[in-house]
Design a binder for this molecule. Structure first.
Ligand SMILES: [Zn+2]
Length: 275
């Protein structure tokens, strides 16, 4: 995946952008698959002024793709009776604000615990398509949207996550609006166009894509082309991201926190942006 000299170039690019000092961690993550040797490195966080929670509160009412409760909580111990509180949870891996691991749409892709921590703290680029999505609920982030973003903000940084901000997060308390389900049962919400995803894979070194909707593909998609392109390539995705309206187009650092469950195809995530 990494041509000779690439690690140097990545380190240089990241240093110049000021995201981290000692950026070998992310660079090593790239190089590891090709060279089989990840040089341990200390990544020191850049300074930040603000912390923004990009996570929706999870509950049984949160709209899900399958229309079933994404979490069921059974109180197993009660403070008054037992002296402590404890629930047993039953969760759908892909519900609420969550991560899609490569295995989700591939036979042998990485499972959650195999995603290197150095690939879970990264620069966040936000593409605002709220105006277009307001006109077209099935809007697909296009190659042109990325070109326009780069015209304004510069080339997408190596090792970043690219997020679609469609404005859909504001509908989350209204499942009918959030899913956009029509009379025929078809969903209507924006997503990443397959051409745009393919371009990001080929032409840029993006680690993850994120959406503020239920799926990386748009609502009506039946072939899940973006999922099938993106995840088998070893990259991850984030769905149902909150508060992207509070994040600048460029300059934030995303921290992806998730439970390290063996063999999991995805799971609830706590997403935090440092600005
Ligand atoms: Zn998912």
């Amino acid at each position: 995946m990494c041509v000779p000299g690439c690690e140097e170039a990545v380190r240089h690019a990241l240093t110049r952008r000021g995201f981290f000092r000692g950026t070998g961690a992310i660079a090593a993550g790239f190089a590891a698959s090709a060279a089989g040797a990840a040089a341990p490195a200390l990544a020191q966080p850049a300074t930040f002024r603000t912390i923004v929670d990009l996570t929706h509160t999870m509950s049984a009412d949160f709209p899900t793709y399958f229309g079933v409760a994404g979490i069921e909580m059974q109180k197993q111990f009660d403070f008054k009776k037992d002296g402590f509180n404890l629930y047993w949870w039953r969760i759908v891996e892909h519900a609420g604000t969550h991560l899609d691991a490569p295995i989700h749409f591939s036979e042998n892709g990485a499972t959650i615990e195999q995603i290197d921590a150095t690939n879970l703290v990264l620069p966040l680029a936000v593409i605002d398509v709220t105006a277009k999505a307001a006109q077209d609920p099935d809007y697909l982030v296009s190659r042109q949207d990325i070109a326009d973003w780069e015209d304004k903000n510069g080339r997408l940084g190596d090792g970043c996550c690219v997020a679609m901000h469609s404005g859909w997060a504001r509908f989350v308390s209204d499942p009918a609006k959030f899913t956009g389900k029509d009379a025929a049962g078809t969903f209507h919400f924006p997503g990443f166009g397959p051409e745009a995803a393919e371009w990001l894979m080929r032409e840029r070194r993006v680690l993850g894509i994120a959406v503020d909707t239920l799926s990386l593909d748009n609502g009506p998609s039946k072939d899940f082309k973006t999922h099938y392109l993106w995840l088998p390539s070893g990259r991850w995705g984030l769905e149902n991201v909150a508060n992207l309206d509070r994040i600048p187009a460029v300059g934030a650092t995303l921290v992806v926190g998730l439970a390290k469950v063996k063999g999991a195809t995805g799971g609830p995530a706590r997403l935090i942006a440092l600005i």
